[in-house]
Write a protein that binds this ligand. Structure first.
Ligand SMILES: C[S@@+](CC[C@H](N)C(=O)[O-])C[C@H]1O[C@@H](n2cnc3c(N)ncnc32)[C@H](O)[C@@H]1O
Length: 384
């Protein structure tokens, strides 16, 4: 069975959520990943892609029987054919968190061999809007700010009120840029910057953030947790899970500007950090002068570090830490490892590696720091 893009099929009975912001349906023996639908709904699906023998992709374009959690999307450009940034605006926040709970549990069970029975915790603001302190826009052919459609280079112009996820104190001006440019808006209020194709054109070159009872300097184009409450939320989860003791040693792997090194130092721990970005390492050294930071790849730097460490924090990009880094960590037999994960699939694979080396999951918390999208952040505490 093959469908041309644009073919509308249905009625389709929608099954469980799958990782990636869609639900699974089965039509004539083929899996269809349906966006903008909810489990239990009956919908009509417009096929967007059918390039594989075993599965196709589509958007729910008409809801024949709605689930209880369905709500009208707050943003006029969310939904089928619209902006690709938000996958879940058609669900209330409790339903969004339940979908993410199911995805995290399924990824951990299937890839990590770990049965998780927790919930996805909400993070203020309760509206799930206005939380993004970093935005990346593309400029449309008419000079307007836009965002990409899902799995496409097509640009969707921002609605009149702007992106509803953007923090209300972010400076945004539209209609002023060359078509084809990339415009990044970082920070908020007086500590914010607008970058065009990587160059700061307005605001400050270094953003100042406050979190974990410290002040942080971050390059305008550098990494900082995107949700306004994420830094405090993740630090609390990591520190509660690690239970550091005065005099411990710790590694902050993928340390950025030192977000986890700071509170560890404040708890009387001697910290080494490693991070790929040289500029982030310079900022980390100023933010947390008590810790030692090195620029480079974790894979190459950590292998030169001492043979013993008490605690390790890993906060890798979406690909996870992988076997090489996991093996360097477990060889030092740390008492506890805090793994901060933005991709539950990578977390599942890495949990399997750590548990095969004699570690067990002591706790696992998930946080809704990307509301309206399918993304979710987890903090796993592993114990040796
Ligand atoms: C998810 S961010 C976490 C940053 C920091 N822990 C924080 O919360 O602000 C991941 C960081 O890993 C860095 N990175 C990516 N690949 C790396 C590698 N192979 N070795 C070291 N750092 C890496 C990125 O530059 C980025 O700063």
């Amino acid at each position: 069975m093959t469908w041309a893009p644009g073919t509308v099929i249905g009625p389709v009975s929608v099954g469980p959520p799958a990782h990636g912001g869609h639900c699974v349906a089965r039509v004539d023996g083929k899996v269809v990943f349906v966006r903008h639908a909810l489990p239990g709904e009956i919908v009509e699906v417009s096929i967007t892609e059918d390039a594989h023998e075993r599965y196709a992709r589509g958007d729910a374009v008409r809801v024949l029987e709605a689930a209880a959690g369905r709500v009208p999307a707050p943003c006029p450009v969310a939904g089928p054919g619209g902006c690709g940034g938000c996958d879940l605006q058609h669900a209330d926040l409790a339903t969004q968190r339940e979908l993410k709970r199911q995805v995290v549990a399924e990824q951990l069970r299937r890839l990590g061999g770990y049965e998780w029975s927790g919930d996805v915790e909400s993070v203020p603001p309760e509206s799930g809007l206005g939380w993004r302190t970093r935005m990346r826009y593309q400029v449309t052919a008419t000079g307007q700010l836009g965002l990409r459609a899902h799995r496409s280079h097509d640009l969707i112009e921002l609605p009149e009120q702007g992106c509803l996820l953007a923090h209300p104190d972010q400076p945004v001006r539209t209609g002023e840029y060359e078509p084809g440019c990339e415009v990044v808006v970082a920070g908020r209020g007086p500590s914010s910057a607008v970058l065009v194709d990587g160059e700061v054109v307005e605001g400050v070159a270094t953003i100042v953030e406050h979190a974990a009872r410290r002040t942080w300097r971050v390059a305008a184009n550098g990494f900082w947790q995107v949700h306004e409450a994420a830094a405090d939320t993740l630090v609390e989860a990591v520190m509660t899970g690690l239970e550091p003791r005065r005099g411990d040693t710790a590694w902050d792997l993928y340390c950025g500007v030192g977000l986890f090194a700071g509170p560890l130092v404040d708890a009387g721990v001697a910290v080494r950090g490693v991070e790929l970005s040289r500029r982030a390492v310079r900022d980390a050294s100023r933010n947390v002068p008590e810790a030692r930071f090195e620029a480079g790849r974790v894979e190459q730097v950590a292998r030169r570090w001492p043979n013993r460490v008490d605690l390790v924090v890993c906060d890798p990009p979406r690909t996870g830490v992988g076997k090489v880094v996991a093996e360097q960590v477990v060889r030092r037999r740390p008492r506890r490892i805090a793994y901060v994960a933005c991709d539950p699939a990578a977390l599942g694979r890495d949990v399997a590696t750590f548990t095969a080396s004699g570690y067990s999951v002591r706790s696992l918390r998930a946080f809704d720091i990307f509301p309206m999208t399918h993304h979710v952040e987890c903090v796993a505490i592993l114990e040796g």
